[in-house]
Design a protein around this ligand. Sequence first.
Ligand code: NAD
Length: 253
Amino acid sequence: MAKDLKGVRALVTGAGSGIGRAVARRLAAGGCRVAASDVKEDRVDEVARLIRGEGGDALAIAADVAQQKDVDRMTTETVSAFGGLDVVVNNAGVGYAAFIETVEDAEIDRVLGVNLLSVIRITRAATPHLKKSGRGRIVNVASVEGIRGSGLLPVYSATKAGVIGMTRSNAVELARFGVTVNAVCPGPIQTEMLSPLLADEKYHEKLIKGVPMRRLGVPEDVAGAVAFFASEESSFITGNVLVIDGGMTVKAL
Ligand SMILES: NC(=O)c1ccc[n+]([C@@H]2O[C@H](COP(=O)([O-])OP(=O)(O)OC[C@H]3O[C@@H](n4cnc5c(N)ncnc54)[C@H](O)[C@@H]3O)[C@@H](O)[C@H]2O)c1
């Protein structure tokens, strides 16, 4: 793989599994120095080891993105280890499927905290460093559920629509500092987050039928797009929301 990201300093949240793990590996393969962060300590250690084994440069940071003190520590540790920060990938997230009448207060707080408030707090903490970088990049992992309505994910969808709103607002604010802010909106991607839903065979089948490409996505389908937004090639692209869903959202009936 071309080292198109050589020496670029990146922080990836939720890097312990699924999309975040694939993003961390892809960025490292492109030459990034990657701070791989996750609430699960054993997972980040494992991913950092894996990346080093692949010849990449990785730092493991255990942090809960829903906690302000962890966000501050994660940012400081990354900046001190790498001497600055060029790319932030806000990927950590949790799913929550519940019809609106059964939505629970504790879950509202949890899902908002991990999926949306963390993006606000991490962006606030990282922005001074990204401005200094001269080629700052923020890539937010939203979801097609922030654009369309599935009927089963009201709280989750609200957080992802919020992330898209943040992306656009920050893109305008930070453009003059050379910082681009873009979002990716994955459709159904085969990861741990989706596995409880995929366990239901009928739902699994229905999901695939809804995708014109007749398959679920894999984490690498998202990682390539994130790497593009992190690269020099996307330097005039900001405020974009890129859907990665095998055609699911543009399909009519
Ligand atoms: N899988 C899909 O179909 C899909 C579709 C659209 C969007 N997404 C989004 O992609 C992102 C990654 O999800 P995934 O599918 O790879 O799921 P995943 O469950 O495999 O990975 C999510 C990671 O986030 C970490 N995490 C959870 N809470 C955290 C916290 N408080 N602090 C730090 N890390 C935390 C988990 O430990 C896990 O490693 C999420 O934002 C998700 O909403 C996923």
